[in-house]
Design a protein around this ligand. Structure first.
Ligand code: PRX
Length: 670
């Protein structure tokens, strides 16, 4: 099957997709300058831009030395002699876990709370830096005793519980490479990721809680490992909800028997700055998810710097809460690593925002006096729908910075976030909003305001961070003037950049570095407004963004056509008020398959859930007689998107059969 390729038509589609609202939004003239107080106490001021501009690698070298403790200092900030393969902080040796933990204890901060954990059923735990250090040392010893050595891969399939952070840091401590698979992915998805990374150990839990009900995890691991041919030798299982699990003696070990029983003495040695830290799979434009590879020194430096600068972190007084799951990159960079590197106190919550009631998040903010909240627009839009009287019942006065990530935030949601959450209780100066653009591939935030410097604008992520060279270019790679749109690119290497795709250097070059000469192509459309501020317009490729989660249209299409009743399938991301985009699938059934209406639709949804995971289940599946194709056989998703979003179908003159759209319309009316 072939598809529309990214290009000018795709940009046009991405642009038209958001229609008139976009036009209005690009003429946004509301601006909110930082209050005097905020600006006066900000950790990073305007001088950072000029400093970075003067000498980018030197700027990052300074951050690397200030923010991290190196076992061995580096001799060169950046080696870019073999693009697109960068080396940052060449010759340096550093240990991520030592930097996140031990050194804080050595510096007298052992009693500071590192994690306040709130389980969905209401159980709570907290870990001081001293306690967390001890747990990580035990886990490091336990993993080593199970044969895990430096460079080995460890697959992690855990809920949002402290053991997830402990596992990641224990891997980093011993130089093992973690590969987290989001708990919402199916056993099939887990299997393919375990196999691609050739993991030696899997760390999982019996299950977790979802909306008050226990949900299983271990059973998916069992299914993923059911056939021979994998490299997994051991499975460590955290007992989270006590549900029954199948047990494979010799392979399976309870966390309590291995980690808890291990010695709490463990010395962290330095690893090369370019030593692999983790792999995280993400959806691309072709069927198979890509294992994005991140290495140590650069990743730690940029995540720690941005966490401090963008959230204006004052670690002695702030309580930080990032609501992202550890299964996504945000849960890596801004839960497991940066906050701990910076010695912050953070909240970690296991469950959903509506369990057991729709005020749960605000109750948590009030209870822990959260001062920095980092979440996704989809959550904000959900809270808007539930109504302001819910957050209004809580004392949210502790909040002083609000972050947004994962998808464009529409100005309406931005204003609501500022007024209702940031201005709660009639605050004179509502908390500033930092809209942060970045990707699994970039490893850390790239475009965002600095809250003590930038006058923020509803809906725009605005400016590249100090030391980051972002641009918007036309299809020839020429920088567009203000007031124009095009493709988002990154012109210079950055410390947290991906170092490649696991096991596939060619795909790395092809995917990100071939569209434009000597530039990284992010896959996003963007526009510069009259002030030169950047507005993100969504993906221009076949990647969808559902509730801030990345899913590939082709991956879901492959899942659909693997069902015996389906002859052909086309998937589009249609605009959705709450989730940003929703998956809409058009399927042609095989000649011998019966269109049983709701039944087949339900069956296909479940099939996608099994192949990829519940998060990928299409919201709508439409059975159609034909799909719109060009004369060369490419499916014209743009037209399907028009249908899915309820618009009149746009220009269909390039269709091989111009009656197709009428046939689809007629079949949908039925
Ligand atoms: O399209 C952009 C969107 O999310 C994509 C990256 O997804 P992922 O790798 O899953 O990482 C998400 C969390 C960092 C981008 O290509 N995106 C992310 N942040 C924003 C955004 N779109 C608009 N505004 C943002 N702040």
């Amino acid at each position: 099957m072939s598809h529309d390729t990214p290009g000018s038509t795709a940009t046009a589609a991405a642009t038209s997709q958001q229609g008139d609202a976009l036009e209005n939004l690009l003429h946004e003239n509301r601006k909110f300058a930082p209050s005097e107080d905020f600006a006066a106490n900000a950790v990073v001021g305007a001088e950072a831009y000029a400093e970075a501009e003067a000498d980018r690698p030197a700027f990052w070298a300074k951050q690397a030395r200030e923010l991290l403790t190196w076992n061995k200092d580096f001799t060169q900030a950046l080696d870019w002699s073999n693009p697109p393969f960068a080396k940052w902080f060449v010759g340096g040796e550093v240990n991520a876990a030592y930097n996140a933990l031990d050194r804080h204890v050595e510096n007298g901060l052992g009693d500071r709370v590192a994690i306040y954990f709130e389980g969905e059923p209401g159980d709570t735990r907290s870990y001081t830096y001293a306690e967390l250090t001890e747990e990580v040392k035990k886990a490091a010893n336990a993993f080593e005793s199970l044969g895990v050595a430096k460079g080995d891969r460890v697959a992690v399939y855990l809920p949002m519980i402290p053991e997830a952070v402990i596992t990641l840091l224990a891997c980093a401590r011993i130089g093992a490479v973690h590969s987290v698979v989001f708990g919402g992915f199916s056993s099939d998805a887990l299997r393919s990721r375990i196999e691609d990374a050739q993991a030696k150990l899997v760390v999982t839990a019996d299950g977790t809680y979802r909306r008050g009900k226990p949900s299983a995890l271990k059973s998916a691991v069992d299914e993923a490992l059911a056939n021979d041919g994998h490299t997994v030798q051991n499975v460590v299982v955290v007992k989270r909800n006590g549900q029954d699990v199948d047990w494979h003696a010799g392979r399976d070990h309870w966390w309590a028997d291995t980690v808890e029983a291990a010695s709490a003495e463990h010395t962290a040695v330095g690893h090369d700055s370019e030593h692999p830290l983790f792999i995280l799979y993400t959806s691309g434009t072709t069927g198979k998810p890509k294992g994005i590879l991140h290495t140590t020194g650069g990743f730690l430096t940029q995540t720690a710097y941005t966490h401090k600068a963008v959230f204006d972190l004052h670690p002695e007084t702030d309580v930080y809460w990032c609501t992202a799951d550890v299964g996504w990159v945000t849960g890596h960079s801004y839960v497991a690593y940066a906050p701990l590197i910076n010695g912050a106190t953070q909240v970690m919550y296991e469950g959903t925002p509506d369990s057991p009631h729709q005020g749960r998040w605000w109750e948590i903010v009030q209870k822990y006096k959260v001062s920095i909240l980092y979440t996704a627009p989809t959550a904000i839009r959900t809270f808007m729908k539930w109504g302001r009287d819910i957050p209004d019942k809580y004392d949210l006065s502790s909040i002083r910075v609000l972050g947004s990530v994962g998808e464009p935030i529409n100005p309406e949601a931005w204003m609501w976030y500022r007024d209702v959450i940031g201005g709660s209780g009639g605050k004179k100066n509502p908390a500033p909003i930092v809209d942060t653009w970045w990707q699994t591939e970039t490893g850390a935030q790239m475009i965002a305001p600095l809250p003590g410097v930038t006058a923020t604008k509803p809906g725009s992520a605005q400016v590249p961070l100090p030391g980051i060279a972002v641009d918007v270019v036309d299809e020839n790679g020429v920088s567009v003037p203000n007031g124009h749109g095009g493709f988002l690119v990154i012109r210079e290497p950055w410390p947290a950049m991906l170092r490649g795709i696991w096991g596939d250097p060619e795909r790395f070059k092809e995917t990100y570095w071939s569209r434009f000469e000597a530039m990284y192509f992010a896959g996003d459309g963007a526009k510069k407004d009259e002030d030169g501020d950047i507005w993100l317009l969504g993906r221009v490729d076949d990647v969808m963004n559902i509730s801030g989660h990345r899913l590939s249209t082709t991956e879901i299409e492959s899942a659909l056509v693997s069902h015996p009743a389906v002859a052909e399938a086309a998937v589009v991301g249609a605009a959705d008020e709450t989730t940003g985009q929703a998956v809409v699938a058009f399927v042609i059934l095989r000649g011998d398959a019966v269109d049983s209406g709701d039944e087949i639709v339900q069956d296909l949804r479940n099939h996608v859930g099994k192949e990829i995971g519940p998060i990928a289940k299409p919201k709508t599946i439409l059975v159609v007689p034909e799909l719109p194709k060009t004369r060369s056989g490419k499916i014209m998703r743009r037209l399907l998107k028009d249908v899915a979003e309820g618009r009149d179908v746009g220009d269909a003159t390039t269709l091989a059969d111009n009656t197709v759209m009428a046939q689809i319309a007629a079949s949908l009316k039925k």
